[in-house]
Design a binder for this molecule. Structure first.
Ligand code: SAH
Length: 252
């Protein structure tokens, strides 16, 4: 049988949020290359004899070099194996899925992808927070402020778009991010939710405003991995229905 690489989204961490298709494909694979953000309990689903290779950052170590992971996937596939590249969330949302598929395809390796629930969507369900909401937000933008080349989204356009903006990988750079957003025209009193480990048992969140975001995050101790949800929809989150006076700085 010819080998293939499957780029599989594991969802936000909880094994229950794997799709049935992901589970079926995983159980048909001989080798799993497993990223950091993948919940450990998913490994229990591996068929006996599955080779499991952790390829994420562990205990503060540097992550496995991407070039090594690519070569490993190609090597196993050329041996005729079914290779699962299991990634947190969705493989095509800040997951390098596109780069990996292109690299493998250039070398004649067959690739398929299986969706996972991305962190923003898990956060929405956790908080009862509709990322799009009739009359409030006509869409949602998933963005990152953390890029290799230092480039930024067009914040000014987003500020006036009335889209909900969900920022990935934003926690470490908050001291720079908040002033940038304010300068670009995001309102100081814009509601913001920060959701740590969305879709997992250890989920924690806080709700605040853009002006208080940095101080409230620092006071709460919330850290990465977390998504930062900016937009009026935060006021419509069913599980954040707190009296206005308590709404700022509430950590749950
Ligand atoms: N492919 C992933 C994103 C990987 S980038 C996805 O679709 O979700 C890593 C960033 O994703 C983290 O810095 C954080 O911003 C976000 N993230 C991943 N898992 C998360 C989770 N369970 N809860 C909150 N944010 C998460």
């Amino acid at each position: 049988m010819s080998g293939k690489v499957w780029l599989i989204g594991a969802g936000p961490g909880d094994a229950e949020l794997l799709t049935l298709k992901a589970l079926r494909v995983l159980q048909a694979c001989d080798v799993w290359l497993v990223d950091d953000l993948v919940g450990r309990d998913m490994l229990d689903f591996a068929r006996p004899g599955t080779r499991i290779v952790p390829v994420g950052k562990r205990g503060g170590c540097k992550s496995t070099p991407q070039a090594f992971i690519l070569r490993l996937m190609a090597r196993y596939a050329r041996q005729g194996r079914q290779v699962a590249r299991l990634k947190g969330g969705d493989p095509f949302i800040f997951g390098r899925g596109g780069e990996e598929w292109a690299w493998l395809a250039e070398r004649g390796v067959a690739v398929e992808a299986v969706n996972g629930i991305t962190a923003a969507f898990a956060a929405g369900a956790d908080l009862g927070l509709p990322l799009t909401h009739r009359g409030v937000a006509r869409g949602v933008a998933l963005v990152t402020a953390h890029t290799q080349d230092g480039s930024q989204p067009d914040w000014a356009t987003l500020a006036h778009s009335r889209l909900t903006v969900v920022c990935y990988m934003g926690m470490a750079g908050l001291p720079q991010l908040v002033p940038q957003l304010l300068a670009a025209g995001f309102a100081a009193n814009l509601p913001v939710a920060v959701v740590h480990r969305a879709g997992c048992r250890e989920q924690q969140h806080l709700v605040t405003t853009l002006a208080h975001l940095q101080a409230d995050v620092a006071a709460s101790g919330l850290a990465s991995p977390a998504v930062i949800i900016l937009g009026e929809v935060v006021d419509h989150a069913m599980k954040l229905a707190l009296p206005a006076a308590e709404a700022s700085s509430a950590v749950a």
